[in-house]
Design a protein around this ligand. Structure first.
Ligand SMILES: *[C@@H]1O[C@H](CO)[C@@H](O)[C@H](O)[C@H]1NC(C)=O
Ligand SMILES: *[C@@H]1O[C@H](CO)[C@@H](O)[C@H](O)[C@H]1NC(C)=O
Ligand SMILES: *[C@@H]1O[C@H](CO)[C@@H](O)[C@H](O)[C@H]1NC(C)=O
Ligand SMILES: *[C@@H]1O[C@H](CO)[C@@H](O)[C@H](O)[C@H]1NC(C)=O
Ligand SMILES: *[C@@H]1O[C@H](CO)[C@@H](O)[C@H](O)[C@H]1NC(C)=O
Length: 327
């Protein structure tokens, strides 16, 4: 080999290895055979830590910093990225082409930023499976955020400002297994709102303002195993609302406004229904619930709120006479 070539090779090697094992200031980097993880937790950081970012980075975490701007130019430096964790920063928007060159990105966590509006197409360019937008200020979801062949399985929109169940907007997410919509301001579940989500297993709707459930509210999603409805304003339930959910394991209805349950509603194959903190009215109408609790050992200990003489009595301890029923 001539000396020029040897030198060129040597320089390339040095450049490559220096680059491959570099790490941005204020960040820590972990290298392994298959992954390169970069974590930048420094509160003093206010710009994207592009200098020294290893091109082999597969997981990038920038958390609890003053970062306000992120562009596709920044992310072009890490084309092998699979996970992008950005919790606790100051991002208020994202450009539509942000994920343009990220062919392997499957997870984005944007918890606790200042996101309000995101442009259409914003999540179209990567093969996303997990998207966390928890604790932002989102009130509108654009129907074109997601591609129509999206493989998203986990979507977390809890802690935002949604007033309505985003039915049309999530229509493309046919592989969704987990949907978090807790802590929004949703007032109702439109008929057919889950029809597109036949693979859905866990639905989190707690801490909203839901008052009633349509009889067909969950009928599209027969794979549901867990439904969280606690801390809403539900005052009645249609008797067959859970009937088609053969895999249902857990329903949380605690802290609502239920006074009694229609007979039949809990005749389902479910191991746990949480019913505490409802204003149960312990007269003859409570008999169905009392039977479920005493005879099928339903795992919950709801108490009476009325009438006055039975206030705070555990329903399981009522006698037929207490409920005004014949002995
Ligand atoms: C973050 O930015 C704010 C406002 O720009 C500034 O007051 C604060 O000192 C910054 N924090 C750090 C740790 O640099
Ligand atoms: C979803 O998965 C299918 C099958 O693996 C694939 O063809 C398609 O491109 C994926 N969609 C997206 C948006 O990555
Ligand atoms: C999905 O989107 C692509 C491109 O935007 C379009 O060509 C295709 O017809 C759409 N498919 C469906 C089923 O809507
Ligand atoms: C429902 O769950 C079963 C078992 O996990 C699975 O085989 C099936 O594909 C799921 N249905 C849908 C529509 O995803
Ligand atoms: C109820 O669940 C048990 C345990 O998962 C299962 O063996 C049984 O077949 C189910 N019964 C019905 C009626 O779905």
């Amino acid at each position: 080999m001539n000396s020029w070539l040897v030198r060129a090779l040597a320089v390339m090697l040095v450049l490559c290895s220096r680059d491959a094992l570099s790490c941005p200031k204020r960040c820590t980097c972990h290298f392994s055979a298959k992954t390169t993880e970069v974590v930048c937790p420094d509160a003093g950081l206010s710009h994207f830590p592009g200098d020294g970012l290893p091109p082999s980075t597969t997981s990038l975490t920038i958390q609890f910093t003053n970062l306000t701007v992120l562009t596709s130019e920044h992310l072009r430096a890490v084309p092998l990225l699979e996970e992008l964790h950005l919790p606790g920063n100051k991002l208020s928007s994202l450009p539509a082409d942000i994920l343009k060159d990220l062919k392997y990105l499957h997870t984005i966590d944007l918890t606790d930023n200042e996101l309000r509006e995101l442009p259409e197409y914003v999540f179209r360019h990567a093969p996303l499976l997990n998207l966390v937008l928890k604790d932002n200020r989102i009130s509108n979801i654009h129907p074109d955020w997601f591609p129509n062949n999206s493989n998203l399985t986990w979507l977390d929109l809890s802690g935002n400002q949604l007033m309505k169940f985003p039915m049309a907007q999530l229509q493309n997410l046919r592989h969704l297994k987990v949907l978090h919509l807790s802590q929004n301001k949703i007032e109702e579940l439109p008929v057919g709102c889950l029809d597109a989500h036949t693979a859905l297993e866990r639905l989190y709707l707690d801490q909203n303002k839901i008052q009633t459930l349509d009889v067909k509210a969950f009928s599209g999603s027969t794979n549901l195993t867990h439904i969280f409805l606690q801390k809403n304003r539900i005052d009645s339930l249609p008797p067959t609302v859970f009937q088609e959910l053969k895999r249902l394991e857990y329903v949380d209805l605690s802290d609502n406004r239920l006074q009694f349950l229609s007979p039949g509603i809990l005749d389902i194959n479910t191991s746990w229904v949480e019913l505490t903190f409802n204003p149960w009215h312990c007269d003859a109408k409570i008999e169905y619930l009392w039977r479920k609790i005493t005879m099928e050992s339903l795992q919950s200990e709801p108490k009476c709120a009325a009438p006055e003489n039975l206030k705070d009595r555990v329903i399981a301890t009522l006698t037929r006479k207490d409920m005004g029923l014949k002995e």
